[in-house]
Design a protein around this ligand. Structure first.
Ligand code: ARG
Length: 554
């Protein structure tokens, strides 16, 4: 295969390059929709024929006459009105799988286009993570893994809610109760939050004291700051426990809470005023953005700073100080407008140059069994730990986490999905545990071969016999892995990687049905074992990119 510093070219890319050269245009080559159409199909002759007023078959014939694909394909077929069907030669497939197995990046194209900041998880201090944070954490973790595997430099940013008016009531309540913060954990802090909130609503004197406490916090009063910091620290411990339970990559080093931007908020306001973008509206300093009724709020009428301006400061810092070339924000879809306005203001201010891409990836809600948004019996958002407990009641932790992550990632992110532990943890169907099981099964074959002394050497594996259609399709599926990963890195659509892995696992099971491995002999056995090893590796790497563990035994 062609090798350069970009890694190897996929078969689809090699074919596309050839067809493009002959055609002078994008051939729109796609994987075939049906096995009888070969491995790849190209329907461009139909479009060109219609545009040029020529029979598409003639266009197809002419294209093929200009082109020699003999080194890669069996003789191309023209089908129906002018579809071109291409079938890769078995020896080319074998070579491509061998190259992929020998490549340390498993063929994934490597690109480093400058730092990518991924803003995700972002729970709030003194509150447990809820189901929305679960989705953000799982999706963001997948992005980080996929981008890193693609050679990118990724900077995770956990924009936790560690600032705001709620700290006034929390700290007053702590003082009233003479609470020992050293003895408080995150669950306890959340109960404190509920008590403080009830107190605030019931007692106007307390509400006044809470407001004064906010002023003391903003003014840097040492005792107030100490309580505030203690709440952050104990929350961070709770978050870290959940991250560990979930098996995500976030660490305390990635914390970049809202409070870290306090010093730059006044400057953001002044800058936008100087540029003539900000205006006073009902006593607040705001920026209006075309197409939206509600403005971006820089400073409220009481002089306070909030969520919007903090995000502007964070965006600027990520571009100016972290050197970000791509910004990705992962939150629930209801925050979409917030981010669209944020990006618009940053572009107007010149803080977000055209060379930097900014994307909001909004996700849908997690629904309960009755199809309505997941709530506790008390009507509050369900805690993430409760969800994990529900799935873990049906499966081991490793399988339960896989089930949840896969359910979260395998449908289009924008869609809502139903949290159905029984379906999610099933080892059949399009589930995380099914893919784990596929990995465990192929691992067991390799283990048994190893016991006979047959160990596959990745760097020199001999995939030499690809006669059966099932082994050819499995090989073809393996060669598509790098493209699937590159696609997800670009389009931020993990469901495509899930779909790819599910297809690979299905090809693997047809292969088992039609091609005995351990009972075969000679070069056939060697070749099939190498194919098993290549599949095991792609399944393991692919699952890892989803944040799912690939057990060897289940
Ligand atoms: N803490 C917010 C929440 O719980 C999410 C923050 C998302 N990130 C951001 N840069 N605004 O809804």
């Amino acid at each position: 295969m062609a090798c350069d510093n970009q890694g190897m070219k996929s078969l689809q890319q090699l074919l596309t390059d050839r067809l493009t050269a002959a055609l002078g245009a994008d051939p729109e080559l796609r994987p075939s929709t049906k096995p009888q159409f070969g491995h790849y199909q190209c329907n461009v002759a139909l479009r060109l024929g219609a545009a040029q007023g020529r029979p598409p078959r003639q266009v197809a014939e002419q294209l093929l006459a200009q082109l020699n694909l003999d080194d890669l394909c069996l003789p191309p077929q023209i089908a129906g009105p002018g579809f071109i069907n291409l079938t890769i030669k078995p020896e080319v497939l074998a070579q491509a799988v061998g190259d992929e197995l020998a490549d340390p990046n498993c063929g994934i194209p490597q690109v480093d286009a400058g730092p990518v900041v991924v803003d995700y998880s972002a729970p709030n201090v003194a509150k447990q993570m809820h189901v929305g944070h679960l989705r953000s954490t799982i999706i963001g973790d997948c992005f980080v893994r996929v981008l890193r595997a693609s050679g990118e430099t990724v900077i995770p940013q956990n924009h936790i809610g560690d600032w705001g008016r709620q700290f006034g009531m929390l700290i007053e309540q702590i003082n009233d109760e003479q609470l020992d913060l050293d003895a408080l954990d995150l669950a306890g802090a959340e109960e404190l939050y509920l008590r403080a909130n009830a107190h605030l609503n019931a007692d106007s004197d307390f509400a006044d004291r809470a407001r004064a406490r906010v002023v003391a916090l903003q003014g840097g009063d040492p005792a107030t700051l100490a309580s505030w910091q203690a709440l952050i620290d104990l929350s961070a411990v709770g978050f870290a426990q959940t991250y560990q339970r979930l098996g995500v990559l976030l660490t305390t080093a990635d914390l970049a809470g809202e409070s870290s931007y306090n010093q730059s908020l006044a400057g953001i306001c002044a800058d936008l005023e100087a540029r003539g973008l900000a205006e006073i509206n009902d006593g607040a300093l705001v920026v209006f953005v075309d197409g939206y009724d509600a403005p971006v709020i820089l400073r409220n009428s009481a002089g306070g700073y909030g969520y919007d301006v903090t995000d502007l400061a964070a965006l600027r810092q990520r571009i100016d100080d972290l050197g970000a070339k791509r910004l990705i924000y992962v939150t629930d879809a209801r925050q979409h407008e917030h981010f669209m306005k944020l990006f618009a203001v940053a572009r107007m201010a010149g803080w977000l140059p055209e060379t930097v891409e900014a994307e909001h990836v909004g996700f849908g809600m997690v629904l309960g069994p009755d199809g309505t948004p997941f709530k506790t019996r008390e009507g509050t958002a369900v805690h993430l730990d409760d969800l994990l407990d529900q799935a873990q009641a049906l499966a081991s932790e490793e399988v339960a986490i896989a089930a949840i992550k896969y359910a979260d990632l395998s449908t289009q992110l924008q869609k809502d999905y139903v949290f159905d532990p029984a379906r999610m943890t099933a080892t059949t169907g399009d589930t995380g545990p099914y893919l784990q099981y596929a990995h465990a099964r192929v691992s067991s074959i390799l283990r048994r071969a190893e016991a006979d002394g047959d160990v596959v050497d990745d760097a020199n594996a001999q995939i030499s016999v690809l006669i059966e259609p099932a082994e050819q399709w499995l090989a073809l599926s393996l060669t598509r892995f790098p493209e699937a990963v590159a696609d997800v890195a670009g389009s931020l659509t993990p469901h495509k990687l899930c779909g790819y892995l599910y297809d690979l696992a299905s090809q693997l099971s047809s292969f088992y049905e039609q091609c005995p491995v351990l009972k075969s002999q000679g070069p056939t056995r060697t070749s099939r074992l190498a194919l098993c090893r290549a599949t095991q590796r792609v399944l393991a790497i692919g699952l890892n990119l989803l944040g799912i563990r690939a057990p060897s035994v289940m």
